[in-house]
Each structure stands twice: as C-alpha cells, then as structure tokens.
Write a new protein. Sequence first.
Length: 421
Amino acid sequence: MVVTILISDMPEFLPVDEQMDLLEKGAAEIIRVSDLRERLEESRKTGRPLRVKAGFDPTAPDLHLGHTVLMRKLRHFQQLGHTVIFLVGDFTSLIGDPTGRNVTRKPLTREQIDKNAETYKQQVFRILDAEKTEVRYNSEWLGKLGYEGTIRLTAHFTVSQMLERDEFSKRFQAEQPISLHELLYPVMQGYDSVALECDVELGGTDQKFNLLCGRELQRHYGQKPQIVLMTPILEGLDGVQKMSKSLGNAIGINEPPGEMYGKLMSINDELMWKYWVFLTDLRLSEVESLKADVLAGKSHPMEVKKRLARIITAGFHGEAAAESAEENWVRMFQQKETAENLEEVAVSFAEVTDSLGYLMVPKLLVRGGLAASGTEANRKIAEKAVKLDGDVFGGLRIKLPALPARIVVRLGKRAKVAVIS
RNA sequence: GCACAGGUGGCCGAGCGGUUAAUGGCAGCAGACUGUAAAUCUGCCGCUCCUUGGAGCUACGGAGGUUCGAAUCCUCCCCUGUGCACCA
C-alpha cells in the first residue's frame, strides 16, 4: 500500500529542475539548495544515484501522520531513482535522542529495540517501496567503534559546540540535568553519515543540530558534507503541539478508517491547510486556490475538510474504505444518527451483570473502552453523556432483553455496539 | 566530601500539623453553541462499593519515628540542581 504515487514509472534521473520541484515541496529548510542542485547534476552525469539517509529511533512503534511527512519526502527521492537508506538507530537508541526533551530519556533494552524495529519497518513500507530501500542498523559500525574509537570521534567536537545546541543550553540554563552520554547522540548520528557515505540526510527541523553534525564529521573524514533536508514538524489534533502519540494528539497510520477520518475532521480550519500541503500530493498552487475559494465563500470549509479526510484515509485504506468512513461520519455527526459500521465489542453476560442479572451500565462502559474506570463511567452517566440505543440513560442498571443482546452504547462522540451473550 | 535549594496528582505549581483527595493553571472528558470544527460558556476531572447521599481504600521521592492526627515536624537513605572543595 503506497500512499503517494505521484510519479510512477519515472525514468531515472529527470532533469534537475524537475527533481528540485518535487524535492523542495513541503521541505522546511534545505542546507544548501545550491549544493543539492549541484549534487543532482553530478548524479545525472555519472548515473550514480544519491544516497539518502533518514535515521529512526526504534522507540515509537506506532507511526502517525506526523512521521509520514518525512516518509513521503523519502518516497519522493525513491521515485526519482535515488537510493533511500532506512537507518535503524538501534545503537543510538541506547542513549535516547535528547531532541525535544527536557528530561533524560530512559534507555531501551535490546529486546525492545529489535521488536520495535520490526514494527517500524512494517509500517514504513506502507509508504516506502521495500524493494528499493536499503535497511541498515547503526550498531553495524557503532558497535565496532569501541572505547578508543569513541574517544577519537568525540575529539572532533568541543563542549561549547555541544552546548550551543538549543535543547542542551535550555536545560543547562534551567538547571536541569544533562547526562554525559546524551552529548554523544549527535556525534553518533553524525558518524552514521560518514559510515554510510551519505549525500543527503533527511530529518525534522528539530533535528537540525544532529544533521549538521554529520556535515561536520564528514569534512573531518574527507567526505563531501551531506545535504540536509528538513521537514516541518506537523501539529497534532490540538493544532498547537507537535503530533505525538504521548501527547495524545496523533493520528496513527494503522488506525481504522473511521477513526482516521473522524480525527481528521476534528482539526481546526487553520490547521487543515498545513495538512493539505504536507500530507497530500496537491501542488502548492492547488492548495492555495482551495483556500481562496473558502475565503471567498465559494466553498464551505467543512466540505474541503471532508475531501482532505477522504484523500488521506484513502491513501492508507483504499478508496472504498474511505468512502464508507465518510458515509458513517455523516450519518453519525451530521445527521446525528447511529452509524452502521460501529465497532462491535463482544461481552460476556457475567462480566457486566450483577447477581440479579441486571446489566450494570457503568461496567459496560468500562468494558467497551468508553470509560477508563467505573467511577468515571458513573460521572458520565450523571452528566447525561451516555446514550443506550439512542436514548439518554440516567440510571445505573437495566434489565436485559433476551440474550444475545445488541446495545448501541454511546458516550459523547464515541459509540460502540456491545454484543452481550 | 561539605553547604544551600529542591523532589506534591498526566504536566506546571500552591500548601508547611487537623475543616486537604489536597488552591491555581495547562492538558483531558462531557454538556450548551456549531460545521463532531475552532473560539466561548458550564460541569466533571484518584480508585472501588452501595447509591442520587454516603462508605471504604490508595496518594504528596523511599523507609522508619514523634503525635489523638503528618504532604506538612524528626532521623536515615535515594535522586536533581547550584556553589565550594577535591584533582598530593
């Protein structure tokens, strides 16, 4: 399943201008544009594809749309015939990337790393072409480095260079801890570029420092410094903070179509335009014209958002699934009816009934994952937020009809069908 | 090693012997309003059990202690930051 097929069957090495067009779209910053152009010229002349690396800490096995901004850009390089290296930072994840952290990260165990790396690959290849992707692990060379090699490597950097880095200096000034080993992270990431002889490295804008370390080190090792292409950090559902699973504002690429569609619809209008740019293949000019139409009142923002949700959902689940997700959404939220394709939860009679055989509604809510605890379920019932088969429920227990029973349980926006037997 | 300042619920941050499940803020959830938006307003926001009002349990870095009673006082330990020292 490939999200983007912008240009398929592209002959290798298009004219540089055309390559640049595709590569520059949605890039936050390129260091440096002229170098990239030059390197592409060279590759076209010699027939040597560029080596394009992106590294991943196998720490977050659940990819979300924020990650796909970068993946899509890698895919673009791939489509242009260049070599994409998917680097699993199994060694660096022993440290934990200090980027965006105000706290030292806990190191992972070997088992966790391996497991995460596998899950990661599965997900990444929904966007990248697995056949054409070189998968590497940085333990391959970092593991061999040893203490001596590490010392030699770190000698290329000074403490003040490291402290220039925003994350470090902020933490330092705020009198927060910085562990010594965290300073090693950028150095090792930089060495990856040396070991792989990268022409280009991709990363989020928050990775700038790390990416630049690669350039620095490559110079020391007599290589041409890599071009650095940074993708923007996509805001999550709240529209403010970066999309991140731990912040609870993410849309995972493995989420069912209904969820994905619904979450996309819940973003605010302003954010929608960013999603159009970074998560679809519409040209910049096309997005601009959509926006102009909305501003001019020619089209309704909700309709435009529905189209966005549909395109993105279709990219991961196919056109048919996206269409049915949309129909469901309309039925549930616009027409306030009950959706057809609600998720069913099988519940056994004993789990949710009291000794007299009455259905305990709070237990049902917990069992169905709609409430985190019985206490919370009770609160929500008291707030008249719970509906059973479409009617507001205000009590505690209910007499069950004949088994097996199907009850549509709804708490706020979310609803499920409980099948009790 | 010494001195000082700290460690409170998802996060930030009050409290400094009892009316404290613990003020505020953020995040989150629900209701109203809507375009399931956003903004705004309102309510909720540890867990369990009976119930429309209660009962119990767990919680303020860890372990002890003082006290009728401790997040609050004492002792020891762990962790963080800062300064000084060490760097024979």
